[in-house]
Design a protein around this ligand. Structure first.
Ligand SMILES: Nc1ncnc2c1ncn2[C@@H]1O[C@H](COP(=O)(O)OP(=O)(O)OP(=O)(O)O)[C@@H](O)[C@H]1O
Ligand SMILES: Nc1nc2c(c(=O)[nH]1)N=C(CO)CN2
Length: 169
């Protein structure tokens, strides 16, 4: 039998209709066979980190799931969901309709040209760790430790919860 592992997805959008793009991603993950969505964070409005000058603010959220799928299949699924939202890859860190990143897949460590796990920048991104810590404060990034501890080292002032917005679980 294949092992069940926890997977953490980070969602981001700053182009088109960001809330509806994030909702589409949550629904698509929920519709994925062998992926059970366990929890979805609040929606956060976040200052763009990097990218071109004037890069608009993002909406970000995190989804916790359990899965028997392997990491390559999960990456393919994440990219297929991005593509379904007309994601066009142009400039690095430029505006995007939808970004679906794999943050961690259980304790899996992978370094390949197409996939790095844990995500190589998640531990330094308040726009990932704040939503994740909201729903799983004891979360861990292999090699980096507990996410609540990691957040204490970061400036999270550009990350604001939007209590007027929500994603249907
Ligand atoms: N953990 C991961 N999750 C998602 N994509 C990954 C991961 N590791 C490597 N990649 C690769 O990164 C490539 C670029 O992804 P993408 O265009 O979404 O980057 P980005 O979102 O602009 O930047 P960042 O990687 O800093 O979030 C993807 O084609 C994918 O193959
Ligand atoms: N606030 C914010 N900034 C970013 C984001 C993001 O999702 N939110 N994603 C990036 C590349 O993945 C680069 N910068």
């Amino acid at each position: 039998m294949k092992p069940i592992r926890q997977v953490v997805f980070a969602l981001g959008s700053n182009l088109g209709d960001p809330l509806s793009n994030l909702q589409g991603a949550v629904s698509s993950l929920r519709d994925t066979p062998d992926v059970i969505v366990v929890d979805v964070s609040s929606v956060y409005e976040t200052e763009a980190v990097g990218g071109p000058e004037g890069n608009p603010p993002f909406l970000n959220a995190v989804v916790l799931a359990e899965t028997t799928l392997d990491e390559t299949t999960l990456l393919e699924r994440a990219q297929a969901i991005e593509d379904a939202y007309d994601r066009v890859r142009t400039e690095k860190w430029g505006p995007r309709t939808l970004d679906v990143d794999l943050v961690v897949v259980g304790s899996t460590v992978v370094e390949r040209p197409d996939l790095t796990l844990p995500h190589p920048r998640a531990h330094e991104r308040a726009f990932v760790l704040v939503p994740w810590a909201e729903i799983e404060p004891a979360g861990e990034i292999p090699g980096h430790g507990n996410i609540t501890d990691l957040l204490e080292q970061l400036d999270a002032s550009g990350v604001r919860r939007r209590d007027d917005l929500s994603l249907e679980d």
